[in-house]
Design a protein around this ligand. Structure first.
Ligand SMILES: [Zn+2]
Length: 155
């Protein structure tokens, strides 16, 4: 937000994850995180060094590190012990938050079980109750809706 920390990406994201988990809700202060995922070597930082905050995931017990600007507090990216070769960027921090593709082949929603009331889940996109990948590396089964669905229940 303030411009002290800058970054640029050198490639398209590998995929774009929309995460409705409670951790993402807390650190964004909002309903979900739009998280384009990049290979680490495709993200170049410039300017001030981001500060970090380490969190232990409730579900995996693994480290999740928030990288944020020490001046304005904006969180820029997540780096994950579970997936050491990638960075999850906070999509709203791009100069143009709409530049990356969100076609269904690269797009998914995760942790929809904790999606907030009133959030609309899209049709034609893979939705996962929790992570897309289990801790053992196997794939969870997604749901794909025929029609968009507004979350009605609380929590
Ligand atoms: Zn999350």
């Amino acid at each position: 937000m303030c411009g002290d920390v800058r970054y640029k990406t050198l490639a398209e994201p590998l995929r774009v994850t929309v995460c409705h988990c409670r951790f993402c809700q807390r650190f964004t202060g909002s309903a979900y995180l739009v998280e384009p995922i990049f290979r680490k070597q495709d993200v170049v930082f410039d300017g001030a060094t981001a500060k970090t905050y380490e969190h232990r995931s409730d579900s995996s017990g693994k480290r999740v590190t928030l990288n944020f600007c020490a001046t304005c507090g904006t969180t820029l990216c997540l780096d994950l012990e579970r997936f050491p070769d990638i960075l999850g960027l906070c999509g709203g921090t791009f100069d143009d938050p709409n530049w990356f593709d969100r076609g269904p082949s690269k797009y998914r929603h995760i942790f929809v079980r904790s999606a907030q009331r009133g959030v609309v889940l899209p049709a034609g996109v893979e939705l996962y109750q929790e992570h897309a990948l289990r801790l053992d590396g196997s794939q969870n089964q997604p749901t794909v809706l025929a029609h968009a669905l507004a979350v009605a229940k609380a929590g």
